[in-house]
Write a protein that binds this ligand. Structure first.
Ligand code: UD1
Ligand code: UDP
Length: 377
């Protein structure tokens, strides 16, 4: 029996981080799986960092990123560039992750090619197509296009069942596989996070990231206003790796560029970012992945959005939705600065998104779906 040809399509930093454990797992069994890695390069710098971190070497690099690309631009370029690759490779299974333009195009390409698609991190929903935009629609569409749905939690499974989807498996989130492995390597000294910004040990670190499209404009101005107000406190230091999107970068540089206690830096490589998360007192973010990672590090997260598709982070106590109103953001940070019992109750290590073994479960499910006899036992 020839090995099953599994083609990964990914394009942004979080997809690389979350597909890396699955890619590596499959490659440990070359008699059973033949892998192909297609990067659309919807992102360039942050994607290349993540690929290097996890020693992933693309077979195809579609190199589609353009400065200031619109959703129309990136979608059109990815679909067009994918066609010859899918036709030439004719894989048995296509794997996509999450809800980016790349994930949607990868799943659509699989459908056009009549190739089954596996969706990693299936079933996340806010129930509002405007938030996050366009990701909520992307993941709903992928839910229709895919054959195998790897859901991280029971809640995500329920969301898919309500939509009448079949082929759902609860696996945990592969991002937690990557995180636990990276954290262990940092703790043991096998990996080092050199080149971090210098931190002031007398101050508490507030780590910030933000990049959601629905916040471009007024909400980003409000987020900056909150950060400027927090920076006025003598016990706080803010580090903000700024997303390369010009809609983020321009407003952040304009509003916060002159503050001595706000360090605006380029996006960090994953290992450095994990190290910095573990040094933070509080994380302020609108990121999806960081909401999942923080409970493993015992870090309270304030989610600068109106809705989250990850209610488990709130239920486990680590995360709280704070929106983008400056007084709310400042008030919630101050609470975590000044109320120790509140802080302790929200910084326990207890991760509802995964136990670090999601990628192994995904491998087993693929094996059994395609009736591949295990040759490693
Ligand atoms: C994308 C995803 C989002 C995901 C995020 C992860 C979509 C629609 N959005 O958002 O779901 O959470 O990635 O970070 O798929 N840029 C660079 N260099 C880069 C990457 C981006 O300069 O390496 C700039 C470019 O001007 C680019 C712009 O950012 O045109 C937007 O990039 P894009 O991938 O379209 O969207 P993100 O906002 O990064
Ligand atoms: N991350 C990183 N460097 C940074 C910021 C984030 O490596 O400077 C990692 C983070 O640990 C998480 C992922 O990138 O694994 C989240 O990416 P992002 O917030 O861009 O996307 P989302 O998860 O919202 O789709």
């Amino acid at each position: 029996m020839p090995p099953l040809k599994v083609l990964f399509v990914l394009g942004t930093r979080p997809e690389a981080i979350k597909l890396a454990p699955v890619y590596r797992r499959l490659r440990e069994h070359p008699q059973e799986f033949q892998t192909r890695l297609v990067v659309t390069a919807q992102h360039r710098g942050p994607l290349d960092d993540a690929l290097e971190t996890f020693a992933m070497f693309p077979d195809y690099d579609l190199d589609i990123m353009r400065p200031g690309q619109s959703l129309f631009d990136s979608t059109a370029r990815i679909v067009t560039a994918l066609e010859p690759v899918l036709v030439r490779e004719d894989p048995d299974l296509i794997l996509v992750q999450g809800d980016t333009t790349t994930s949607l195009c990868g799943a659509l390409g699989g459908f056009y090619q009549r190739t089954p698609v596996g969706h990693v991190e299936a079933g996340l929903r806010t129930g509002d197509f405007a938030q996050p935009f366009p990701e909520e629609m992307n993941r709903s569409l992928i839910g229709r296009l895919a054959t195998l749905h790897f859901a991280a939690t029971e809640g995500a499974t329920e969301n898919l069942r309500r939509e009448g989807v079949n082929g759902i498996f609860v696996t945990g989130n592969t991002g937690i596989d990557a995180l636990l492995e990276t954290r262990a390597a940092l703790l043991s000294g096998r990996l080092r996070a050199d080149g971090l910004p210098e931190l002031d040990s007398r101050k508490k670190l507030i780590l910030v990231t933000a990049h959601r499209r629905e916040s471009f404009g007024a909400s980003f101005e409000r987020i900056c206003q909150a950060l400027a107000a927090l920076a006025a406190r003598s016990d706080i230091e803010i580090v903000f790796p700024v997303h390369p999107n010009p809609n983020v970068r321009d407003v952040v540089n304009r509003r916060l560029g002159g503050h001595s206690t706000i360090k605006l830096i380029d996006p960090l490589s994953y290992v450095r970012f994990v190290d910095l998360m573990s040094r933070a007192h509080v994380i302020l973010t609108d990121s999806g992945g960081i909401q999942e990672e923080a409970p493993s590090l015992g870090k309270p997260v304030l989610i600068m959005r109106e809705k989250t598709e990850r209610p488990e982070a709130i239920a486990c106590g680590t995360a709280r939705l704070v929106g983008t109103d400056p007084s709310r953001i400042v008030g919630e940070v101050v609470l975590l600065m000044e109320n120790t019992s509140e802080y302790l109750s929200r910084s326990r290590i207890d991760n509802p998104f995964g136990d670090g073994r999601a990628s192994g479960r995904i491998l087993d499910i693929i094996r059994s779906h395609f009736a591949i006899p295990s040759r490693s036992l």
